[in-house]
Structures are given as C-alpha cells and as structure tokens.
Design a protein around this ligand. Structure first.
Ligand code: SN0
Length: 315
C-alpha cells in the first residue's frame, strides 16, 4: 500500500480487517518488520487517541517514531503558494514536506477541515501537498474529509460485537457547541457501506452529508424512527455541508439518552471520542454496559498496526 488516506487506497478491505484482527490477537508477532524504519507524524490539530495509538502501533512493528505539532514544536507552516511570508509562518509546506520525506519512511498527517472554503477542504489541499512533496507513503491521521484509521477501528468494533451478519447501524447527528468537520461521518459512511451493513443516517434538515459518501444509506430526519431496532448507535456531531461549516441546530432533543437507547434492539453505543458528556450523549449512556467507546478506542492500535504493516511490507 502506497498511501492510506481513503477507502479507495485499500486494495482488499477483508484482508486488511483480517490483518487488524491478527494484530489484535498477536500484537508482538511483527516486532522486527519495521526495524530501521521511521514513522513521522505531523499534527496541525490536537490529538489523543490517534497520536498515542499510532505511535504504539509503530513501536510494536519495531519502528522509530517522531511526532510533532505544527506551530508549537515545529515552525508554523505557510500552505498557500505564492504567499509573501512576512507574517507568523516561518516555513512553507513545500520545504517542510520535502525535508520530512528525507527523514522518515512513512509520514502521518493530521489536517482538519478549516470549514471556510468547501472546495478547498474537499480538494484535500494540505494532505495532497504532503503526498506530492514528501515522496513517502502518507497515512491520514484525519484529513479535511476523512478519518480512515478511525473507520477501520469502527468496522473492527462492529465486527467484534455484531449479533447478525448484516447489523442495523445508525449514524446519528447530535448537538455540539462548536462547528465540527464532516470527516468522521463521511468516512464512517464510506466504510460501513463497503462492509454491506444496513446504514441509517439521522440528522436535522440541512445536515445532509456529501452524497458521494452516503449513496446506499437510508437518510432520515426522524431520529426515533432511525433508532428503532438499531444494533449500533454511532453518535457524532458535524457542521452543515450544504451551508458549509455552519451550525444550523442546537436541538438538545438529538442528544443520546437512555430513553433513546431504549428504542434500539439492545444496541451498542459508539463514538470516536472525544465526546462532550451530556451534550452528545448523557452520562447514563456512556457509563452503561452498552457503551463500547473504550473498546472502540482500543481497536485504534491494531487498526493502525495493520495499516503500517501493509505499508512497511511494500517499502
Ligand atoms: C474532531 C472531529 O473531527 O470532529 C476529531 C474527532 C476524532 N473533534 C473535535 O474537534 C472535537 C472538539 C470539541 O471541542 O469537542
């Protein structure tokens, strides 16, 4: 695998999932595979799970790891071509990406949607600059439009807990005080549809996601109807795609409560984390045995390990 930035970069999803479960069962079985190789990770945005789990995955493969946060432990980077760099950014992405490509064998990049210019975000300008300029395989650590390492862990978690071959998976919008990207729901739809699950997406009017990700899903504005019979409830906030980056609703009736979970088929609760308690979901949901958010986060290590294994094998 030459890059891991979207589902289409994966030649064989079933094989990648098998590899992820192999890594979960035998995390130490590939101790020498990455010896002498280095993973670099560049973060334009904060991270807890992605940073630690991907680092762990790399060290389990025997790789060295260098991680940095742009602007605090590296220089602030200018990303616009032709910019007159007399402001706060000391370095241009052109030099930074090219130099990192000489220092590391695989490069992870986190660059969230800025939520100002939809075309720019959906063109993945920053991620693609790193791909183009570094010359090494790039792993998305959440880009403007997708979060594939999260989706692989999400699919692992559904496979682990599912009670039927085609579970009913409900992706529901939930309120949030800030405008968040569509990356997690886009990717979740992309991967769960590829798995052949029954995907129902519930959100208030105006929160329709980009159709390129959701074709094949059932889309509804009725959260209760969506939750009826659900095996998995995946809550997530996102800002509007249509009215790009805007918050159109703060409706607390969309919060996941024990009453909402009671509509499901004894469903499991999932979220990518970080989660705002008593905004996205009530304490009683997160603290119930039906919540699998921590197991889901634990699966980030074997997911990242399977991806890095596949990339390192092809170096
Ligand atoms: C990010 C997002 O894409 O929604 C990362 C999720 C893995 N989430 C946030 O930025 C949450 C920030 C907040 O203030 O709650």
């Amino acid at each position: 695998m030459k890059r891991f930035t979207k589902l289409a970069d994966v030649a064989d999803l079933a094989q990648l999932l098998d590899r992820a479960f192999e890594c979960k069962r035998s995390p130490h079985a590939w101790r020498n595979l990455g010896a002498g190789r280095t993973l670099g990770m560049v973060f334009f945005n904060p991270s807890l799970r992605t940073r630690v789990s991907t680092h762990r995955a790399a060290t389990l493969l025997g790789m060295d790891v260098v991680a940095m946060t742009v602007g605090s432990d590296s220089w602030a980077l200018e990303t616009r071509d032709g910019a007159i760099m007399d402001g706060s950014a000391a370095e241009h992405i052109r030099e930074a990406a090219a130099v990192l490509g000489r220092y590391v064998d695989v490069l992870g990049v986190r660059s969230f949607a800025r939520l100002h210019d939809r075309d720019e975000d959906y063109a993945e300008t920053i991620l693609e600059r790193f791909v183009e300029l570094s010359g090494v395989p790039v792993v998305s650590l959440e880009s403007a439009t997708r979060h594939p390492l999260q989706s692989l862990a999400d699919v692992m978690t559904i496979e682990q807990f599912k009670r039927s071959s085609r579970p009913r998976v409900v992706l529901t919008w939930a309120p949030h005080p800030r405008a968040l990207p569509q990356a997690v729901p886009n990717s979740f739809a992309e991967w769960t549809l590829a798995m052949g699950y029954e995907l129902v997406i519930a959100h208030p009017p105006g929160y329709e996601l980009d159709e390129r990700f959701t074709r094949g899903a059932t889309i509804t504005h009725d959260q209760d109807a969506a939750l009826d019979g659900a095996d998995f409830v995946y809550a997530k906030n996102w800002s509007s795609y249509r009215d790009y980056g805007k918050i159109l609703s703060h409706d607390q009736n969309w919060q996941i409560t024990p009453e909402k979970m009671a509509l499901t088929r004894d469903g499991f609760f999932m979220h990518c984390l970080p989660i705002r308690r008593n905004v996205i979901a009530a304490d009683a949901v997160l603290d119930s045995p039906r919540s699998i958010v921590v197991e889901q986060a634990a699966n980030r290590i074997p997911a990242a390990q399977a991806v890095l294994r596949t990339i390192v094998e092809a170096l």
